[in-house]
Design a protein around this ligand. Structure first.
Ligand SMILES: O=P(O)(O)OC[C@H]1O[C@](O)(CO)[C@@H](O)[C@@H]1O
Length: 329
């Protein structure tokens, strides 16, 4: 891994934590849209599980503004993310956060973007095939969140997550080489489906959500819905039959029994089940105490290969859009 980039990421996070330390942070708001929002779900899970006092909220950017949470104020840290840094709702949300006295930290791939200009602190992440896992959005967000828990509450897991993230690229590569063939089969087997559901819970739900709304609906125009494994038994399970495809994720966090229960039921009545089990990956270099948090990152990485194969088999590139960035909305 390029040492300069690692040092740069660590320095960026350190600078952000200096600003956090100047405040008396009591709550964290995760604010973004679409895929940038989905990648924040595991971080909310981390705060819910780890924090003694700080509470965490997650909102789509415009809802964050319209809802105008009563607790938003000078004791708030608002973490925003926009890959382009131009999503208007997210840029407005950063301004709104600062108007309320909150500390606004933005993650983006574009450090000169409107979002970067609207925030107090900017964290630039790398993206794409070449990017090392330590420098991507999920990783930098975890470094920030565990860093906040460390400086605000003396949480002890920052070093464990940092070391584990340094070893994440190897975990990604091993997982993909194990699953590449399955991804290719998925593309061929499911290329003509009109609807594909996804399902997960806990730290992994955001991965299911992003695959449903961004990959299947936005980029492939395939009907979808991300079903929460707990909610499955309260409506959605009526839809399962031998013809309806489900992608079911099994993670390593505390909510895994919910995902297992949903899978067991689905096996009784369904046939088109695509199961990705985080237990199948090799986590060499990842510390046990943070494995449950790392699992969604690996699931997400592997699922991206499924998306690539589906797009190729359908001859429908992931970049194709009808409305997004093309018409007024
Ligand atoms: O704010 P960002 O991350 O640039 O996102 C813009 C768009 O990109 C996506 O995340 C994926 O294309 C959409 O869901 C979203 O509308």
């Amino acid at each position: 891994m390029a040492t300069e980039l690692v040092i740069d990421v660590k320095n960026q996070v350190k600078q952000a934590l200096v600003e956090v330390e100047k405040r008396n942070i009591e709550n964290v708001f995760f604010v973004a849209c679409g895929g940038s929002s989905a990648l924040m779900y595991p971080s909310k899970y981390v705060i819910d599980r780890e924090a003694q006092k700080v509470d965490a909220h997650l909102y789509s950017s415009n809802e964050f503004i319209h809802r105008n949470h009563n607790k938003l104020g000078s004791s708030s840290l608002v973490i925003l993310c926009s890959h382009s840094g131009t999503t208007p709702e997210t840029v407005e949300a950063a301004k709104f956060a600062r108007q309320h006295g909150a500390l606004a930290i933005a993650l983006t791939n574009e450090p000169g973007s409107p979002l970067a200009q609207a925030a107090d602190v900017v964290l630039k992440y790398e993206w794409g095939q070449e990017a090392n896992a330590f420098t991507i959005n999920y990783s930098i967000l975890y470094q920030l969140v565990f860093g906040v828990l460390k400086v605000v509450e003396n949480n002890s897991k920052f070093e464990a997550i940092e070391t584990s993230l340094e070893n994440l690229q190897n975990v990604f590569e091993k997982a993909v080489s194990k699953y590449q063939e399955k991804a290719e089969q998925f593309g061929q087997l499911y290329k003509d489906e009109k609807i594909i559901y996804t399902m997960a819970s806990g730290a992994n739900y955001g991965v299911a959500y992003s695959f449903a709304i961004c990959i299947l609906m936005e980029m492939q125009w395939i009907h979808s819905h991300a079903i929460h494994a707990g909610e499955y038994f309260h409506g959605p399970f009526e839809i399962i039959d031998e013809e309806t495809p489900f992608i079911i994720l099994l993670g390593l966090d505390e909510t895994r029994p919910m995902e297992e229960r949903a899978l067991e039921f689905s096996k009784r009545y369904g046939k088109k089940l695509v199961v990705l089990d985080a237990k199948d990956f090799d986590y060499e270099g990842v510390q046990d105490e943070v494995k449950g948090y790392i699992a969604p990152l690996v699931l997400n990485y592997v699922l991206r290969k499924y998306a690539d194969q589906l797009a190729e088999a359908r001859n429908h590139p992931l970049s194709t859009r009808r409305y997004m960035w093309k018409v007024e909305y």
